[in-house]
Design a protein around this ligand. Structure first.
Ligand code: ADP
Ligand code: AMP
Length: 216
């Protein structure tokens, strides 16, 4: 199964991707996670990406496409993958098409998680992530068992650097201008599936699974 999870920042892509990984045993490829790891390690990629991420801007297409191309060469993607947060622009989508063509495979679906803007702000302000394993929580909608502590690894839960309200507004704006056109792009390729993401995490997950089982 080869799928793309699309939707505005904060829609729940990472949350659903992790649940899909558990159910289907295929890897999640989250460009945001890869970049955050590079920033934390202080690599050349991390230093370059940090400037863009801090301002809520997209990292240049060639940088991101290079990362994804390398990642898709790894053995664990043989049975499939879940792309989370990539592609985010039309040029990225075109590059992905070329990469997959070279691999001799095709996307099965692009799942677009639809959430209204006012709800997105609520999700950002409550988002907490584990500084060790990256697990995502929400103070109201998906709280950890013990406040401030990751259920999975005991790590400290922190606010993501780019979840500050001003940066969030910029990221939503960037989504509207640069990423939203992908909806029509994938619709015209008959790959787009819209999922109402404005419902509890488990309900959204059941609908995605239903679609993937061929019930959608
Ligand atoms: P994205 O990867 O699309 O940026 P996340 O998966 O990190 O989004 O989710 C953003 C925030 O919203 C997190 O705090 C997460 O726990 C919460 N969240 C995700 N899905 C839902 C949902 N269906 N209902 C309520 N909160 C959600
Ligand atoms: P995310 O974790 O998906 O919300 O991504 C966090 C940040 O990483 C974004 O605001 C961008 O700065 C950068 N980023 C992640 N994925 C991409 C991408 N496909 N193209 C460009 N920038 C990206």
């Amino acid at each position: 199964m080869r799928i793309v999870l699309m939707g505005p920042p904060g829609a729940g892509k990472g949350t659903q991707a992790k649940k899909l990984v558990e159910t289907y045993g295929i890897p999640q490829i989250a460009t945001g996670d890869i970049l955050r790891a590079a920033v934390q390690e202080g690599t050349a990629l991390g230093k370059k990406a940090k400037e863009y991420m801090e301002r809520g801007l997209l990292v240049p297409d060639d940088v991101i496409t290079g990362i994804v191309k390398e990642r898709l060469k790894e053995i664990d993607v043989e049975k499939g993958f879940i792309l989370d947060g990539f592609p985010r622009t039309i040029p990225q989508a075109e590059s992905l098409e070329k990469i997959l063509e070279e691999m001799g495979v095709k996307l099965d679906a692009v799942i677009n998680i639809v959430v209204p803007q006012d709800e997105l702000i609520e999700r950002f302000t409550g988002r907490r992530v584990c500084e060790i394993c990256g697990a995502t929580y929400h103070v109201k909608y998906n709280p950890p068992k013990q406040e401030g502590i990751c259920d999975k690894c005991g790590g400290r839960l922190i606010v993501r650097a780019d979840d500050e309200v001003k940066t969030v507004e910029k990221r939503i704006d960037v989504y509207e201008r640069e990423t939203k056109p992908l909806i029509d792009y994938y619709r015209s390729k008959n790959l787009l599936v819209n999922i109402d993401g404005n419902r509890p995490i488990e309900v959204v997950f059941e609908e995605i699974k239903g679609f993937l089982r061929g019930e959608g």
